[in-house]
Ligand binder design. Sequence first.
Ligand code: PMP
Length: 401
Amino acid sequence: VSRFEDVAMAPPDPILGVSEAFRACTNESKLNLGVGAYRTEDLQPYVLNVVKKAEKLMLEKGENKEYLPIEGLAAFNKATAELLLGADNHSIQSQRVATVQGLSGTGSLRLAAAFINRYCPNSKVLISSPTWGNHKNIFNDAGVPWSEYRYYDPKTVGLDFEGMIADIKAAPSGSFILLHGCAHNPTGIDPTPEQWTKIADVLEEKGHTPFFDVAYQGFASGSLDEDAFSVRLFVERGFEVFVAQSYSKNLGLYSERIGAINVICSSSGVANRVKSQLKRLARPMYSNPPVHGARIVANVVGDPNLFSEWKAEMEEMAGRIKNVRKRLYDNLSQKDKSGKDWSFILRQIGMFSYTGLNTSQSENMTNKWHVYMTKDGRISLAGLSLAKCDYLADAIIDSYH
Ligand code: PMP
């Protein structure tokens, strides 16, 4: 008999579990729109050309496999903060940014959560309703209390801006407000620049700290700078800001686990101390981060040719997703005779579309149409081809009505 006999079966992960179910399905029409991973028009995984070139360079240089310092690869940390904020940003010039390489977006969020738990034990984090499913797990496991602010308005399939503002205002002063830098997951609905300004006003009024999750810089609009607008606005206004970054999507480095946590502080002294404590938290958790992805990023960003090639590839990925979005909208509008307005799909941005399908309708998508997706009605357009839009539109219309 096992001493672990009483260990209960954990529920499948609501996002990664979808891929498991997809693999087990034998129907030839099946579509995997669950996980957010970019696919080519042939629905194949994609390794960016700049990544292959950077890896070739790395091999030629014959770099070693020694441990990195706890904070990660220096060239990566410099590149990632500059990419986020702009190299000439005052916070970088005045050395007010604490950057620590993380285990992609998730690990960087987790490290920041551990920091909040240790140094701001009486603060809570506000997360959007809905949000990426793992946010709640991350803060739960780090022992950080959280609650939700309104974000999604089912009536318009748009932003509930008034609800959002009201809930952020009602939160205890000095809360951390988790914001998606761009391409909100799962809704694909972002605030407008004017709305971002109002959000900043309320955070300032309440003494809240913005905590940005930036998983899609350059991948949403196709422009690195445009997608960093929200973060830069808050930094410009003088907030101390947390930013978790990920290179899973924009460089396609999903399994390399490369990202960073940046804390923009009000002085270089604070930044130094914050960084020292982030390192202290990282050391007993995983000691130091993996080097391969960090070298890829540093090589791509550090070489003007590779950098511009990357931007072109990013635009191409973002463009393919926009094309699919448009085609899906066209098919839905043409096929649906109910008069429903599908234009909300066009107003969303990034790899996801929130269809407005509820749990049982989403189940119909999977059970009847073999379209694998999360039960919240989210579909990943990155896993869709132009050729499959027609089939998907039939499935959505059937499930809706
Ligand atoms: N935040 C958001 C909003 C995401 O969508 C994702 C990826 N799905 C992540 C963080 C983290 O992904 P990763 O750990 O692969 O960087």
